[in-house]
Design a protein. Structure first.
Length: 312
């Protein structure tokens, strides 16, 4: 799910596709060709390193070498470390070692290519293999356990958003927003405005929230779902069962200091479900909006209890 973005007065917009999502930049009118090309190049570099759908990506080569130490580049090393940190912080609710389950339930190619997935061929194994990953940061070496495979999709996309904002700041752009699907972060403010107005989730009548700094990440099942034989599937897998989470939630949006943190929190909260998710987010120090399958909204932490007027 992607927060919807209106272009504030005095800002320019640029869109392109990368990492399986539409990427949108909103920056001041000083948006230059140099800036757009630099951000597109950054996302291309991150996708080349971290895509599980590209057989020659560095992540695919690491997965293929499970059980053997492999020297990796700084992008993959940083993403692995961030994913392990998120797994520890969420008690494994965020689990980056569920690639085998995603493949088993039919998510074995980019989402645009899934169509009608093949029938189920194996029993679920569940998650937890992240606990046996060894990282030698000084040497730049990662060792996956035998049979362990990483899927870094969500957190990698969030980290690319964060890196893009840092890049735009180095190019002298003071106010910018970068969105990649359900991951969004801001730096500075639009001209003459006290906050960015963001329509959360996919409902055009949904809440509009003010974002002054930091990031929002949304995890939901409305867009990334498919059928495998007669079974309805989605991409948010419960590490405990190895099956798509049936938590009773339809969508979770989390606010955090960075996209990396917000993305891990939204995934963990979705898997935890409406009863446990508030405690998960509170322990992480995050605010969030939970939407149940029945449409009920549960606000957590400092999530605003009011809506801004919708942008025209």
């Amino acid at each position: 799910m992607s927060p919807e973005l209106a272009v504030p007065c005095g800002m320019s917009s640029h869109r392109f596709r990368a990492m399986g999502s539409e990427i949108q930049l909103l920056v001041s009118d000083r948006l230059t060709r140099e800036a757009t090309q630099a951000v597109e190049a950054l996302f291309a570099e991150w996708e080349e390193a971290l895509s599980r759908f590209r057989p020659l990506s560095e992540l695919s080569r690491l997965n293929a070498s499970a059980g053997t130490p492999m020297r990796v580049g700084p992008i993959l090393l940083g993403a692995v470390e961030a994913a392990l940190e998120a797994a520890r912080a969420t008690g494994g609710l965020f689990d980056p070692t569920l690639r085998h389950e995603l493949v088993r339930i039919g998510y074995d190619r980019s989402f645009e290519e899934i169509g009608h997935a093949r029938g189920r061929v194996a029993r679920p194994r569940g998650g937890g293999a992240w606990r046996r990953i060894a990282v030698d940061r000084a040497a730049g070496v990662v060792t996956l356990p035998p049979g362990g495979e990483l899927d870094l999709g969500g957190i990698a996309k969030g980290m690319a958003v964060d890196a893009s904002l840092d890049l735009l700041a180095r190019l002298g752009i003071d106010a910018a927003l970068v969105s990649a699907g359900g991951d969004l972060a801001v730096r500075g403010l639009p001209p003459g405005a006290g906050a960015w107005s963001v329509l959360v989730g996919g409902d055009p009548n949904g809440p509009v929230v003010p974002l002054v700094r930091g990031a929002l990440a949304t995890s939901g099942i409305a867009r990334r779902h498919w059928r495998q034989g007669e079974i309805e599937r989605h991409h948010l897998v419960d590490p405990e069962t190895g099956e798509p989470a049936g938590s009773g939630l339809r969508e979770v949006t989390v606010a955090g200091g960075t996209c990396r943190i917000a993305e891990a929190g939204s995934t963990a909260a979705f898997v935890a479900g409406p009863r446990l998710a508030p405690g998960v987010l509170e322990r992480l120090g995050l605010a969030g909006l939970l939407v149940t399958n029945a449409g009920a909204q549960i606000r957590v932490g400092r999530w605003p209890s009011y809506d801004l007027p919708h942008a025209a």
